[in-house]
Design a protein around this ligand. Structure first.
Ligand code: ZN
Length: 450
């Protein structure tokens, strides 16, 4: 017993010496930068941010005296924001289209990696995949966590939990129709380790979509309680105020979309503020249909050209554009996007928590989402909080992620332009840092580097 204890204490000393020397070697200091810390506080000029290992160790105003072997970055004239977080996307590579036009589950690591590199290049250091082929997304997540894949931090839901025939019931989904019969299915579901559980509460019958069956509310309540009892947060697809309200009172932790079916009541804005239920903004998915038809040249912006394959852009501008042009859904969403924007603005103004989500598959979409948030009338400084700290709150990870504060993981983006004067400056990315390590953007597997 005694020998074991001595052994453990020696081991502990060895480990701490080792971590100490590793930390000094990895030390990084960003000096004289304008710090926009993600909390919504006003920018601090002339700040010094010190990174020890993978964490932010010290933030000071004015010059600091870091270890002499620390790597120093001159932040003069530059702006430091937290790494951005997209809390609603579906990563590529999880499905392929068969010759019959059906979608088959797939686990295309290359496609996933290319998309992930595009997110990092765009300044996104954490993502939440809100529904995918579980084999695909959990494989990529495992690779990122052991360090064999250069990628943003991956949080994932795997398959969606819903009612047979309802929104989101496809290959890989967990379909439940009764309680307690659902328990063994949910046991299998959480055995895969979802970071959040995603449900859907949607009967459609609006826009250009016919009605479908919907998850019963009492069953939903059981599922949420089960997930929470197992330490798992929940999120839900809803599109109307009525269903969002019902989901909140069934105990849901977050909402995956804004209200898109119509204008919200003032009561709902107040409810969202009182309950502090984070809501993903997902304006880009609906707005992108008409944008592609009417302004396909947006794909020629440098950021899109840098991360998207030419063949993908060409297909978007031709086949996909024609497809969108002929859909009623495209024009419905064009009309409803300003209403969703105003709904988000009202919730924000009331004190509710919005978090950037795109419901897309590409990194640059995060920047479009920021543009749409600011165009809704939300101040740019608040939009940065919505893209960073609020995303961490959505995921329940705000102790470690989302802001540039002492003790947090060092995920940050150095910008050449001030994003508070023009949110488009968030695209002027100079450096991306994840966990204290500078991402070599010139070596990411992207068209810009070929
Ligand atoms: Zn989605």
């Amino acid at each position: 017993m005694k020998t074991t204890r001595i052994y453990i204490s020696l081991l502990a000393q060895f480990v701490s010496l080792f971590t100490l020397s590793a930390a000094i070697a990895a030390d990084l200091v960003i000096e004289n930068v304008t710090l926009i810390d993600g909390t919504g506080r006003p920018p601090i000029t002339g700040a010094t941010v010190e990174i020890d290992g993978d964490r932010i160790s010290r933030i000071t105003r004015g010059p600091a005296q870091p270890a002499s072997d620390a790597r120093r970055i001159d932040g003069t004239g530059k702006f430091l924001i937290p790494g951005m977080i997209d809390v609603h996307l579906h990563l590529r590579g999880g499905a392929r289209v068969t010759p019959e036009g059906l979608r088959d589950p797939d686990t295309d690591v290359e496609a996933g990696r290319a998309a992930l590199h595009g997110y990092l290049y765009s300044g996104v250091t954490s993502i939440y995949d809100a529904g995918n082929n579980p084999d695909h997304i959990f494989n990529l997540r495992a690779m990122e966590r052991v360090g064999t894949l250069i990628a943003p931090r991956i949080f994932a839901t795997g398959g969606i939990v819903t009612y047979p025939g309802s929104h989101g019931s496809f290959e890989g989904s967990t379909l439940v129709d009764d309680w307690p019969e659902a328990i063994p299915l949910l046991e299998d579901h959480i055995a895969r380790g979802p970071d959040m559980m995603k449900l859907t509460l949607e009967e459609r019958g609006w826009g250009a979509r016919p009605m479908i069956p919907m998850l019963p509310l009492d069953l939903m309540q059981h599922i949420i309680e089960y997930a929470n009892d197992h330490g798992i947060r929940t999120t839900v697809h809803t599109s109307s105020e009525l269903r969002a309200r019902q989901a909140i009172f069934a105990g849901i932790d977050t909402l995956s979309h804004p209200i898109i079916q119509g204008p919200i009541t003032d009561d709902f804005a107040r409810l969202m503020s009182v309950k502090k239920i984070p809501m993903a903004t997902t304006l880009t998915i609906g707005e992108n249909y008409s944008r592609l038809v009417e302004h396909p040249e947006y794909l020629d912006q440098p950021l899109y050209r840098a991360v998207l394959e030419k063949a993908y852009i060409d297909e978007q501008k031709t086949r996909i554009r024609d497809e969108y042009a002929g859909r009623d859904w495209t024009w419905w969403m064009k009309i409803m996007t300003p209403i969703a924007q105003e709904n988000l603005r009202k919730i924000h103004a009331e004190g509710g928590i919005l978090a950037i989500g795109t419901d897309q598959t590409i990194g640059p979409a995060v920047h479009r989402e920021l543009e749409l948030i600011v165009a809704a009338g939300i101040p740019a400084l608040d939009a940065i909080r919505i893209a960073t700290l609020n995303g961490a709150v959505f995921l329940g990870r705000e102790r470690d992620l989302g802001s540039i504060e002492e003790g947090k993981l060092a995920d940050m983006v150095l910008l050449d332009g001030d994003p508070t004067t023009d949110i488009n400056h968030a695209k002027q990315i100079n450096l991306v840092i994840k966990g204290g390590i500078i991402i070599d953007r010139d070596r990411l597997d992207l068209p810009v580097n070929r």
